[in-house]
Design a protein. Structure first.
Length: 250
């Protein structure tokens, strides 16, 4: 039995599928990952949350990275993996997409925003650290170019991209939603995550403890492989095209 048919059979038999995605799905769209050799953090040091808040120079550096697109986290197009997930959401098979990625590619690929749980935030817009108001990045380009402090129009609080920085608290509401999905799903499909970054990597663990079957698709082995019903070290986009064909032909 082919890899694609095995995965298609598991999806077909499931009622509530949770998809958990990491950098590996987005590298196929040209988005660099964070930690591997040649990744974002091998080229530039992360700016810690407390340093961003305390230092105007650090804030300036962070915004310069945003507007120069130094990190390369936004501006790519969704790939076949993202599109396959969106189709499975549309069919009612996938009830939630929990992602470690900040690139907005699931939404761009067609997954409704309310089905995406971004536990590490989103780099495509900014939020006020005081009142939480959303600000679009292009609205902030002018004050950045003028070397002004970038603050909220509502309360004058500091603005930062809506990503979760090192040293910043995880979003409690999203972690609670992700945990609830993990506890109620009957199949968890991990796509492109090394499953080493916690607390995020604890979400698939919760799914397994709740009785769900686990599928891991990643280029490299992970620590959770022994607990999985199916482990595939494969490219995500081409595999998911095959999986969708199997589901169509059944």
């Amino acid at each position: 039995m082919s890899n694609a048919k095995q995965l298609a059979d598991l999806i077909r038999a499931a009622d509530r599928v949770m998809v958990f995605t990491g950098a590996g799905i987005s590298t196929e769209s040209g988005i660099p990952d964070f930690r591997s050799p040649g990744g974002v953090w091998s080229k530039m040091q992360p700016i810690y949350f407390q340093d961003f808040v305390a230092s105007r120079d650090k804030r300036r550096e962070a915004w310069t990275r945003v507007f120069n697109r130094s990190a390369g986290w936004v501006g790519a197009s969704p790939n076949d993996g993202h599109k396959a997930i969106a189709e499975l959401v549309k069919r009612g098979k996938v009830t939630s997409v929990v992602t470690q990625n900040v690139d907005n590619l699931h939404q761009d690929g067609g997954v409704p925003d309310d089905k995406v749980i971004e536990i590490h935030g989103n780099a495509s817009y900014a939020k006020c650290l005081e009142c939480g108001m959303r600000h679009e990045l292009e609205e902030l380009r002018a004050p950045w170019e003028a070397d002004e402090e970038i603050v909220c129009v509502n309360c004058a609080g500091l603005l930062k991209t809506a990503t979760i920085s090192f040293g910043q608290a995880m979003p409690e509401d999203k972690m609670e939603r992700a945990s609830a999905e993990a506890e109620t799903c009957d199949l968890c499909i991990v796509l492109g995550s090394s499953l080493v970054v916690y607390p995020a990597a604890g979400i698939p663990v919760m799914a397994v403890r709740g009785g769900a079957k686990l599928v891991i698709i990643n280029r490299e082995p992970t620590d959770l492989d022994p607990y999985a019903s199916l482990v595939l070290n494969a490219e995500i986009g081409p595999l998911m095209i095959e999986v969708m064909e199997e589901l169509e032909n059944a």
